[in-house]
Design a protein around this ligand. Structure first.
Ligand code: SF4
Length: 345
């Protein structure tokens, strides 16, 4: 028998959540504003980065200081945008924000659209971000479902349907929609669901005794929910690059792949040298999506010149301001900190 979508009672639950949030909701900068730009930036930054990093390490404040509105961001150069994002990873988010700012300027005269369909049509905006901006900035009854909310809703309904399956996703959005439709304050309702998932309805050891909807929650074994489909396995891969410094600076290669276009990295070891690679200067590891990468940094080989057009010597003064994925930045710093590679004064 199919699960009932709207049980427990959405109106009662929405009231409990909104009341609880008005008393216990944490104070974040993006909760003090109705500016769609500031809200959008927070949502995009928080997609794959912890609040502690975004706030504690000053990324959010610095970004808004450097790019306070859509106009400023749209007119900025890509290198400056990527540089401001450096350390947050998943650089596609920065590029999408940049592209989105240009669209807001070109297609909407610099004013962020309020219609949900128009928000969804902007580049890089999916249903979650569209719902977040529509509800947080404009108070619209648009639902949001992220990992925290999926966990809360799966538990409240004691639903073991995998939350990342088509059926599970559909059901979550329907349940989230039923809740925002049942309140006059969708902004607080959505914030409350997120907050509940972050504070009490946590992945392990949920604090049900403190939960504002404990009398309505149907979870019998909350720790066992949500169910997810089998995870992709982590694949180990090897990456070989070179470190070459001269009086002109350090040789870097500009990325052209989808994920990191425009960023600079240590140049790949030419394939001709892969069978018999030059001596190793550094070995380190990093993770990206489902890959565990072992990064080998080699000495350059004499015959590796001339370099292709994607390669350039970056002066030592320019290095820190050059946008670069974190793994290469860390490797470069380690190499430069070693005495034998220090630039002569
Ligand atoms: S009662 Fe427990 S499991 Fe249910 S929503 Fe609250 S914290 Fe989560």
């Amino acid at each position: 028998m199919p699960a009932r979508i709207n049980t427990p009672d959405p109106a009662r639950m929405a009231t409990s959540l909104v009341e609880w949030f008005s008393q216990h909701g944490r104070d974040y900068p993006w909760r003090r504003t109705r500016d769609p730009y500031a809200i959008l930036v927070s949502e995009v930054m928080l997609q794959q980065t912890q609040i502690a990093t975004v706030l504690g390490r000053g990324y959010y404040a610095r970004w808004l200081e450097q790019f306070p509105d859509f106009q400023t961001l749209a007119s900025a150069g890509e290198e400056a945008v990527l540089k401001a994002w450096e350390g947050l990873g998943y650089y596609r988010r920065a590029r999408n924000l940049h592209c989105l700012a240009k669209s807001v300027l070109e297609q909407h005269g610099g004013v962020f659209p309020q219609a949900h369909a128009a928000i969804l049509a902007l580049p890089g905006i999916g249903p979650y971000t569209a719902g977040a901006v529509a509800s947080f900035a404009f108070g619209q009854a648009q639902p949001i479902v992220d990992g925290n909310i999926a966990r809360v809703l799966a538990r409240i309904h004691n639903d073991a349907t995998p939350v990342d399956s088509t059926a599970g996703t559909k059901r979550l959005w329907e349940r989230a929609k039923a809740l925002v439709d049942a309140t006059a304050d969708p902004r607080s309702l959505n914030s409350a669901l997120m907050e509940l998932g972050q504070t009490h309805c946590t992945p392990t050891k949920p604090a049900c005794e403190l939960c504002p909807v404990r009398d309505q929650c149907r979870a019998t074994k909350p720790e066992s929910l949500p169910i997810k489909q089998a995870r992709q396995e982590i694949t180990a891969v090897t990456e070989r690059v070179i470190f070459m410094r001269t009086s002109q600076g350090v040789l870097l290669e500009q990325e052209t792949g989808k994920r990191r276009t425009g960023l600079w990295k240590l140049p790949a070891l030419p394939s001709a040298h892969e069978d018999k690679p030059p001596p190793v200067l550094l070995k380190t590891q990093y993770g990206i999506t489902r890959y565990k990468v072992t990064l080998w940094v080699h000495e350059p080989h004499d015959s590796q010149v001339p370099w292709p057009g994607t390669h350039r010597f970056i002066t030592f003064d320019e290095l820190e301001s050059t946008p670069m994925p974190t793994p290469y930045r860390h490797a470069l710093r380690q190499l430069l900190q070693r005495g034998e590679f220090r630039l002569d004064a």
